[in-house]
Ligand binder design. Structure first.
Ligand SMILES: *Cc1c(COP(=O)(O)O)cnc(C)c1O
Length: 464
């Protein structure tokens, strides 16, 4: 029995965890964004031989929190701009806790009807919001990396099947599948191609913002008539640029190619009428990958693989074994991702969408883009700094006059702690890259961010 008389063996540990979770969330927006300790610093207090004796769960929680606290990054801060990282809506985080407590292995519909049903509704809502064909197969994967992989494997197999080869039994005799992408293809798409046995994509060129060179694509496709997967991009990780889907998909269709779109964060632009010009034609692709843990602000991990031809998806990713229950007419969750067992990670998606409503999603997407525009305007007004990319969505590439000064500014910012942004290289320049993906990045967060950058530029004598 616990101190409070409860006989629930979870209560005390969960209450301790809730107390610490709330104290983290209470302070996450105002604490320095950077952690105080690095990995070695945390290891110094944490690493030891596994003790012979165990410990009660509350003490485990307390020890975990105490050892971890110095090494926690305020990734949920409205001034965290590193990589492409979302925060978490309250409804999504709460739903995520329930997912853990319910612990439903949501691979198959029959044993876990509740979470399978919630995910099916979330999937329908996603297709509707993103303007993608209803009836498409939707798989809740760990992230856009595994979602890209799921789609690329499906595309490869579908092309082979269309040419009369069984991608399972004819793997030795089947033709090579060509894989093409623009010059700014994301590393996860390269990884997906490698795991799918297609190798890294041959790049056909891109313009200055990273948009695929459609003429280059046409020329590459015309070289020979082999089955081809073309990977397009909605939202370049540096510039935020969107490929010209209408033109690229028309060219790819003429050649009988499978068109996949990596839209890890950019696919969400399709939810807002404001970006209709950027996303035009996108719905004509064969498959799409996106993340919910970025733009939609659900907790990690949650990516979404979407394939127009659901039967092709289940043919490639479906799991079959005598002990697995299956209803012949309906696919199961594990038929649409490369996993058999998994948490019900679509449930927080449902919760985020239910709490936002259609209008809330549009406001979220527009708000992130507004913040990026605000950052770019503020940065441009600082002497000695320039914004290198066309800020069309949520990404801002900032640079000083020379690479060394830009690198120093990135380090200064991360150490100072008001903001956290990644350093990178883009168009042969060192940059500090701001990716706006947190729902809390409002005008005030933008003002404080620009102010911090101005202070850094002054202190490093980049300005004036
Ligand atoms: C983040 C990202 C990915 C990979 O997504 P994960 O969720 O990290 O697996 C792929 N493509 C783009 C453009 C991204 O921004």
């Amino acid at each position: 029995m616990d101190d409070d008389g409860s006989t629930n063996e979870y209560r005390a540990a969960l209450e301790a965890a809730q107390r610490h979770a709330l104290s983290w969330l209470d302070t996450v927006a105002e604490r320095p964004v950077r952690p105080d300790a690095d990995v070695d610093g945390v290891l110094a207090s944490l690493r030891r031989d596994l003790p012979d004796d165990g410990m009660d769960p509350v003490s485990v929680v307390e020890e975990l929190v105490e050892a971890s606290a110095p090494g926690l990054m305020a990734m949920g801060s409205p001034r965290f701009y590193g990589f492409v990282i979302g925060g978490a809506y309250p409804a999504a985080l709460a739903a995520d806790w329930l997912v853990s407590a319910w612990d439903q292995n949501t691979g198959s519909r029959q044993p876990t009807p509740a979470t399978a049903a919630v995910e099916e509704v979330a999937a329908d809502w996603l297709l509707d919001l993103l303007g993608l064909p209803s009836g498409s197969g939707v798989g809740f994967a760990t992230g856009a990396t595994s979602a890209n992989l799921s789609c690329l494997v499906t595309g490869r197999d579908a092309l082979l099947r269309a040419r009369g080869f069984d991608p399972v039994s004819d793997v030795q005799t089947a033709p090579r599948v060509r894989f093409l992408a623009g010059g700014a293809v994301h590393t996860s798409v390269v990884l997906g191609g490698r795991i799918a046995g297609m190798g890294a994509p041959r790049t056909v060129g891109a313009d200055a913002q990273g948009r695929i060179d459609v003429d280059g694509l046409r020329r590459a496709l015309a070289e020979d008539d082999v089955p081809t997967v073309v990977a397009l991009q909605a939202g370049d990780v540096h510039s935020g640029a969107f490929d010209d889907f209408t033109a690229a998909i028309a060219v790819a269709r003429d050649a009988g190619a499978w068109v996949h779109v990596d839209g890890a964060f950019g696919l969400w632009a399709a939810a807002s009428p404001r970006f209709a010009r950027l996303t035009a034609g996108l719905a004509d692709a064969d498959s799409w990958a996106t993340d919910a843990h970025k733009t939609l602000n659900v907790p990690y991990d949650c990516g979404v693989a979407i394939v127009r031809d659901e039967a092709a998806m289940t043919a490639s990713l479906g799991a079959h074994a005598a002990y697995l229950p299956a209803v012949a007419s309906v696919s199961d969750p594990y038929d649409r991702v490369p996993e058999l067992s998994r948490r019900a990670r679509g449930v927080p998606v449902w919760a985020a969408l239910r709490s936002l409503g259609r209008r809330g999603v549009v406001e979220l997407v527009d708000g992130l883009a507004d913040a990026a525009t605000g950052l770019a305007e503020g940065f441009r007004a600082i002497d000695g700094l320039e914004v290198l990319n066309d800020v069309v969505f949520t990404q801002v590439c900032l640079a000083a006059r020379d690479d060394a000064a830009t690198a120093a500014l990135g380090e200064w910012l991360r150490a100072e702690g008001t903001v956290w942004a990644s350093s990178s290289t883009w168009q042969d320049r060192t940059i500090v890259r701001f990716a706006v993906s947190n729902r809390g990045t409002d005008a005030e967060a933008v003002r404080r961010t620009v102010d911090a950058v101005a202070r850094g530029a002054a202190e490093l004598e980049i300005s004036g």
